[in-house]
Design a binder for this molecule. Sequence first.
Ligand SMILES: CC(C)(COP(=O)(O)OP(=O)(O)OC[C@H]1O[C@@H](n2cnc3c(N)ncnc32)[C@H](O)[C@@H]1OP(=O)(O)O)[C@@H](O)C(=O)NCCC(=O)NCCS
Length: 165
Amino acid sequence: MSAISFRKFTWSDVPAITTIYGHYVKETVITFETEAPSEAAMAERFGRMLDLGHPVLIAEDEGKVVGYAYASFYRPRAAYRFTCEDSIYLAPDAVGRGIGGVLLVRLLEECKLAGFRQMLAVITAERANSIRLHERHGFRMIGKYEALGFKFDRWLDIVHMQRAV
Ligand SMILES: CC(C)(COP(=O)(O)OP(=O)(O)OC[C@H]1O[C@@H](n2cnc3c(N)ncnc32)[C@H](O)[C@@H]1OP(=O)(O)O)[C@@H](O)C(=O)NCCC(=O)NCCS
């Protein structure tokens, strides 16, 4: 982990994060999107988060983007404005090295500064490593929802986990 550095998102990160996210869209049930977004679409999404002042962080290994994390509104309606949902995506070859945990800790710090009070993690129920990661960082299991997603010809459950920021 010594070579990994962490910093805020910049526009030049868009191609790398589009590639990382596209992998999980096309190959996994981690995200319920089924069409990988273009770089332009990703730039628009991240631009919206920057406009809102929401944290977007990058993990780099010797200059190469190996992961990203962000938190944004859990839901758009105004009364939810103190509640965020996190997302963390590492390049496949960066998984299992503890980078996700560092991104999550830093994201929580940034979320506090941004004024969020609660963070939700919405996780595909079969993803044990993501559930474990959030447990390790103080998230409680709130509930399981059955068959909310359908991808790759099967129904998918999700769990919600929560902690105060
Ligand atoms: C989920 C993710 C962010 C976790 O980050 P990471 O740096 O790879 O985290 P690690 O795998 O090193 O650690 C997570 C924990 O899960 C544990 N773990 C790993 N595989 C596991 C498994 N199959 N079952 C149970 N626990 C597992 C690890 O031992 C570790 O627990 P520990 O800290 O108690 O040792 C990262 O793997 C990732 O980006 N995955 C793909 C995208 C994704 O799933 N994003 C989350 C969307 S909410």
